[in-house]
Design a protein around this ligand. Sequence first.
Ligand code: SAM
Length: 261
Amino acid sequence: MRYAKKSLGQNFLIDKNIIDKIINLTNIENRDIVEIGPGKGALTEEILKKKPKSLTLIEKDINLVKDLKIKFSEDKKIKIFNKDILDFDLEGLVKDKAIIFGNLPFNISSQILVKIIKFKNWEPKFKDLIFMFQKELGEKILGKYKTKNYSRISILTSYRLQSRKEFLVSENCFFPKPKVTSIVIHFKPKKNKFFNIKNISTLEKVTNILFSNKRKMINKNIKKILSKNEISKIPQISLQARPSELKPEIYYKIAELIEVR
Ligand code: SAM
């Protein structure tokens, strides 16, 4: 038996009910599926039972990859990559109407989400993104304007994805047990009709700078990125506001202004 590696966020799902609930969130039959971090294949096995067109696995741990190759050696639909998802050309691999699943390694889960939000072509080819996060991060991702969870990551996410909270998952559904509860979120890509940010890194930079001090008014920080003239082009902006008091649309507008220089 292999020991779980903490450094790779290895908490394996052992609760069949939860596995079924995740798999049943969308229709898998005849769709191309990608799974990030399949681990020992708990989700993988159930995905296969639903008859996907293809199933691509990306797993960093070579030992788990060896086991997965043995476990699924008979199945022609499966392709396994022993890669780090953060260095992997996921956008190039995803096919039309694909579904991406992942019970994500908690230490890099926001980086994985941001990597997808930064795909160059939008709308992207995938149609569903079903991810499990630690609850605290998940709530930040879902955080709406004027709530305490409104944050940099919710502003980035809501620019490109519709997000739906599905359900919470108790620590007891994993082995080894993580310290905190998890949350499953179902995302679908959306086209933003009112804004046209070409490079999501610009929006990321804007949110990083303005949120660098959450309690301070934005007046000093905004002047680091925009001229007076540019600031005057933003309707309804108050320089006395704190970063959490600015609507997502103001962040989008700032990113656009930077890009048209
Ligand atoms: N999907 C399995 C399950 O639900 O039981 C395992 C989930 S576990 C939370 C996260 C998995 O992601 C582990 O198998 C881990 O080895 C893998 N992983 C960690 N970092 C990774 C990375 N950078 N790229 C790809 N896989 C990674």
